[in-house]
Design a protein around this ligand. Structure first.
Ligand code: AMP
Length: 190
């Protein structure tokens, strides 16, 4: 299965991706994790990415598209993959479609985790206390939410038009949300 986990920052995409990975044979690919590791390793990519990430802005499309292109051609992604945090703009989605179409493939499902803004801020400030992410401060989170609403949310209609969008209620416990996702995925397999 080729999946996209979609939703605002703090919706629980990473947490749900880990649970999906435990239950389904699919590679978890997170652009945020890849970029954070580049920042940690002090690579050229990391230095470039950091200047955007610290402000809650998106890293340029060309950069993330290149990263994804390399990553999905690795052998573990052949069994299926789950993208977490990509695509985030229409050009990224178009580039992904092109990459897959050229192999005769396509995305099976986009799982959109729906959470309201107040809950997002609460969850992210909680995560800040635990993980200490630099982009989890209140000002940066508000900017990330604006970026999400303006640049990323329009992708829902892109994938809605393709007939692969599944909206899942992201309120409640991690297990409750996972059960909802699991029933969508079970429906796809059937
Ligand atoms: P995330 O962990 O997915 O919330 O990503 C953290 C940050 O990494 C984002 O706020 C962006 O600065 C950057 N980033 C991650 N994925 C992308 C993407 N697909 N396009 C542009 N920037 C991204």
């Amino acid at each position: 299965m080729k999946l996209i986990l979609f939703g605002p920052p703090g919706a629980g995409k990473g947490t749900q991706a880990n649970k999906i990975e435990d239950n389904y044979d699919t590679a978890h690919i997170s652009t945020g994790d890849m970029l954070r590791s580049a920042v940690k390793n002090g690579t050229e990519l990391g230095r470039l990415a950091k200047s955007y990430m610290d402000k809650g802005e998106l890293v340029p499309d060309g950069v993330v598209i290149g990263i994804i292109k390399d990553r999905i051609s690795e052998s573990d992604a052949k069994k299926g993959f789950m993208l977490d945090g990509f695509p985030r703009t229409v050009p990224q989605a178009e580039a992904l479609s092109e990459m897959l179409n050229s192999q005769g493939e396509s995305i099976d499902a986009v799982i959109s985790i729906e959470v309201d803004d107040r809950e997002i801020i609460t969850r992210i400030l909680e995560r800040q206390k635990i993980e200490g992410r630099q982009d989890d401060t209140e000002d940066v989170v508000r900017n990330r939410l604006d970026v999400y609403r303006n640049q990323t949310e329009p992708l829902k209609s892109y994938y809605g038009d393709e007939g692969v969008l599944y909206e899942v209620d992201g309120m409640g416990t991690v297990d409750e949300v996972f059960e909802r996702i699991d029933s969508v995925l079970a429906g796809l397999k059937a």
